[in-house]
Design a protein around this ligand. Structure first.
Ligand code: TXA
Ligand code: MG
Length: 348
């Protein structure tokens, strides 16, 4: 259903709301990525979400709400920082993990006593939550292991025939999943980096740390710890082609990618290159796709998953990418890109 035009087509929202109330599944846009929604209080709906995505049932879902009172309704021992962070960033790309009470079933939280909650900043998502009267449990609306969907067509590719409806709100705004913070310990902890970065969080809550389980070097996590967010433990966002990230001084990176590409093509491989508008015409061989402008990091975040899907369609065997340690979203972009690469990097 195409709801991208303004004002929102409330007939479609009503139809989708009815599906949710009856225990069905509806994919919908948020400002980060598309979500695959079901009634968060309905165990059966959560089971259907796991089945449609082919997702392990111990990987919990995020509950999407439209009012702060809904967070109070489903949590216990809510810390003061929850209100402070909500005032600063909701509606927006921040998910808070808090202790749950009995309102949300364990099927939705993957058996955990905590629940992840977010108020999305998208008028279609908010209208759907309000109109259905449901809090909506929603993971990203992709098949497990594929890049998250940033357009309705991506959802269709992965989940057509497995879900009841897709609300098409056009391309999403940010293109990377929300920042997840854990509020159940003394210090606010980032479990998944996103648009809301460490500096922005520090301004509101003071001390912030990053889950040691998501900090990698070439030997695995630097701490040896497992990520606290179950979803961060799985191989994720994996393109079919084997991706390597080349980092270092721009001239050297371009030269290295050209050299590797030439050799791989001579050896009979089909090669893709993730370039920027600044560097694209310096590459000579392979399938060169422009991810965005280096001077506009939002464009890089916005196009990352789409470009990974495009390389799947092109059927490349190898992908070489530049590195994007940009000032604000660099941590989030590189977290996703490194995962897609299975942490494979080459410093030049
Ligand atoms: O931007 C987003 O967050 C998107 C849109 C649709 O809202 N959703 C999303 O959901 O990315 P998903 O399911 O793809 O990722 C949710 C992540 C997983 O890594 C999961 O393990 C983690 O959140 N998570 C959920 N509940 C948790 C909890 N109680 N404790 C720790 N991690 C949790
Ligand atoms: Mg996901």
């Amino acid at each position: 259903m195409d709801v991208s035009a303004e004002p929102i087509n409330m007939e479609y929202i009503s139809e989708a709301s009815e599906i949710l109330r009856k225990g069905g599944l509806v994919a919908f846009p948020t400002e980060t990525v598309y979500g695959l929604g079901g009634d968060a209080k309905d165990k059966e709906a959560s089971r259907k979400i796991y089945a449609a995505k082919g997702r392990p049932s111990d990987n919990p879902l995020i509950v999407h709400i439209a009012r702060f009172s809904q967070l109070q309704e489903i949590s216990k021992d809510l810390p003061e920082n929850a209100k402070n962070l909500a005032d600063a960033f909701w509606p927006g790309p921040l998910t808070m993990v808090v202790n749950k009470n009995e309102v949300i079933p364990y099927e939705t939280t993957g058996g955990l006593d905590t629940v992840a909650v977010r108020m999305p900043n998208n008028p279609i998502a908010l209208a759907l939550i309000e109109e259905s009267g449901c809090m909506i449990a929603a993971p990203s609306a992709n098949t497990s292991g594929r890049p998250s969907p940033t357009k309705a067509s991506h959802v269709y590719e992965d989940l057509s025939g497995k879900i009841d409806a897709i609300l098409d709100g056009g391309a999403v705004d940010i293109g990377l999943e929300s920042t997840i913070v854990d509020l159940t310990e003394d210090v606010v902890t980032i479990l998944r980096p996103g648009y809301i970065n460490m500096e922005m969080l520090k301004e509101v809550v003071g001390e912030v740390r990053i889950d040691p389980g998501i900090v990698y070097n070439d030997k695995g996590t630097t701490s040896g710890a497992k990520p606290k967010a179950p979803g961060m433990r799985y191989k994720h966002y994996a393109p079919k082609g084997d991706l390597t990230i080349i980092s270092g001084d721009e001239d050297k990176v371009v030269a290295k990618i050209n050299e590797l590409t030439k050799a791989a093509i001579e050896a009979g491989s089909k090669v893709g290159i993730i370039a920027t508008s600044e560097t694209a015409d310096r590459y000579s061989d392979g399938q060169i796709l422009v991810i965005g402008d280096r001077s506009d990091e939002g464009s890089i975040a916005h196009n990352l998953y789409d470009i990974l899907r495009k390389f799947d369609e092109l059927g490349v065997d190898l992908i070489y990418s530049e590195s994007f340690a940009t000032p604000n979203m660099g941590q989030a972009i590189m977290n996703r890109l490194l995962k897609a690469a299975g942490q494979k990097t080459l410093d030049v």
